[in-house]
Design a protein around this ligand. Structure first.
Ligand code: SF4
Ligand code: SF4
Length: 461
């Protein structure tokens, strides 16, 4: 059987690229250096192509969903409309696996209920030549998002192994392109194929690692809608939406008409971003996501919860571009998810809420907390919650009006909280807690059934 993994020496690879640039009907796009960073742009010669890049400023999304696009032209004086659908043919060389996965995600969105013909024609007319990652971006966590390697979504996949270029054929279209424009192609040896595996494994060891499995992100977010991180970080947000502009999986756009004095007009589609204050402005002028914190949080929930619920994938492939683009450095999903995970049960193997020994009696509870189980949580305001606590040891808990308990969370600390239920209440007691510090902020992230430590009651009542 013919092998689908081929190789070329470096000179033949360069000839192949130059042949595509000079003799094919395609516009040839590739990764080029721009200062110290990299961009996707038209190639003028094979010498410009950089397969050793870490990540590009913008993803290849711009060739399928342009930043500014004319959907149709019209003439108001004649009441005529003209749809200009260009059939641009392109080859994009050097697309990393995470960007290929991002394009596959975009396909699901743009081919959903209504097929976007503009996007579809560009997808069909574009040949993707992928490239395995050789250098890992310092902000990448693609391995944790299982996006550092890919098995479909490309016509050809190349790996620069130093001595030669290894080429995996992904589609018939890719195979024909090689047959027509490349020379001196031979089968890759087993040792050369093994080298690809080694390169992929080396990425895994260099990438940043999330503290939760990708599959647990939706649940983690579900439980942390009120986490203080949303307000803390959003206070620094410049509302520039750079994080969505550079993101390969963000797909929102706005449409507007532009009309000139001679009554000629264009209907324009431009990228839009959910961090922008006007993103949710509707015709009546109402803005239904007015608060900066809500917009900041929404970006994470859209990617990590709402899209997974609808399409069954997390709309983040861990490229780290948003993290690089964000001036106050608050947009990085890696940092946000890890911080929430540290504060939550999802943190692997760490039990921080359970007190190992449960004791009863006034003397013993002076310094050693008793286990309290949170039986009920009621949100009273944005900052206050009521917690109903039942002591696990079932030993009577007698208190006077005005007394307090020390609420204790191992690894975080203790905080004195007044008991808000009347002493006639038996079996459990209630605490109304405003989140203002480490312990109370942590307490606000807990859910019914979680355990906390209780000392007391204290005070004279
Ligand atoms: S999170 Fe950062 S990049 Fe995004 S809008 Fe705010 S400041 Fe801009
Ligand atoms: S959210 Fe950030 S890390 Fe995730 S895909 Fe978008 S740009 Fe990349």
């Amino acid at each position: 059987m013919e092998s689908s993994i081929k190789k070329m020496n470096r000179e033949d690879w360069a000839d192949f690229i130059n042949n595509l640039i000079n003799n094919s009907t395609y516009e040839v796009i590739g990764v080029k250096a721009k200062g110290k960073r990299f961009i996707f742009a038209p190639l003028e010669s094979a010498d410009e192509l950089r397969l050793d890049y870490d990540t590009t400023i913008l993803p290849p999304k711009k060739y399928f969903l342009p930043q500014y696009e004319n959907l149709l032209s019209f003439d108001l004086s004649k009441q005529s409309v003209n749809i200009e659908m260009k059939e641009e043919k392109r080859i994009i060389i050097g697309v990393h696996p995470y960007d290929i996965i991002a394009l596959q995600q975009m396909d699901k969105v743009y081919f959903d209920t209504y097929i976007d013909r503009f996007y579809k024609i560009r997808r069909e007319n574009t040949i993707i030549i992928g490239s395995n990652i050789l250098n890992v971006s310092e902000r990448s966590f693609a391995t944790s998002m299982k996006a550092h390697t890919v098995t479909s979504g490309y016509d050809l996949m190349v790996t620069d192994i130093g001595s030669s270029i290894i080429i995996e054929i992904g589609t018939e279209r890719g195979k024909k392109l090689m047959e027509r424009y490349a020379t001196n192609i031979t089968d890759a040896t087993e040792a050369e194929i093994k080298k690809i595996e080694e390169i992929v494994e080396s990425i895994e060891s260099k990438d940043r690692k999330l503290k939760v499995d990708k599959e647990n992100i939706p649940n983690l977010l579900k439980r942390n809608y009120e986490h203080p991180i949303w307000r803390e970080l959003s206070e620094k947000c410049l509302q520039c939406s750079s994080c969505t502009i550079v993101c390969p999986t963000c797909y929102c756009f706005d449409i507007r008409d532009e009309v000139s004095l001679d009554l000629q007009g264009k209907r324009i589609r431009t990228w839009d971003g959910c961090l922008l204050p006007d993103f949710t402005r509707i015709a009546s002028g109402e803005v239904f996501r007015k608060d900066k914190t809500e917009r900041f949080r929404h970006r994470f929930y859209r990617k990590g919860l709402y899209i997974p619920e609808r399409y069954n994938f997390i709309a983040c492939i861990g490229c780290g571009r948003c993290s690089i683009a964000c001036i106050p450095d608050i947009a990085d999903p890696f940092n946000v998810i890890n911080k929430i995970a540290e504060d939550s049960e999802e943190t692997r193997g760490e039990i921080i809420f359970e007190i190992p020994v449960t004791r009863g009696g006034e003397e013993e509870t002076a310094y050693i907390p008793r286990n309290g189980i949170i039986r009920r949580i009621e949100k009273l305001t944005e900052f206050e919650k009521l917690f109903e606590i039942e002591l696990e040891d079932s030993i009577d808990f007698n208190y006077q009006p005005g007394q307090f308990v020390e609420v204790s969370i191992l690894g975080v600390g203790e905080a004195p909280i007044s008991i808000s239920s009347p002493p006639i209440k038996k079996g459990s007691f209630e605490l109304v807690v405003r989140r203002v510090g480490n312990v109370t902020n942590k307490l606000h992230t807990l859910r019914e059934g979680d355990k906390i430590g209780i000392r007391g009651p204290f005070g004279r009542g």
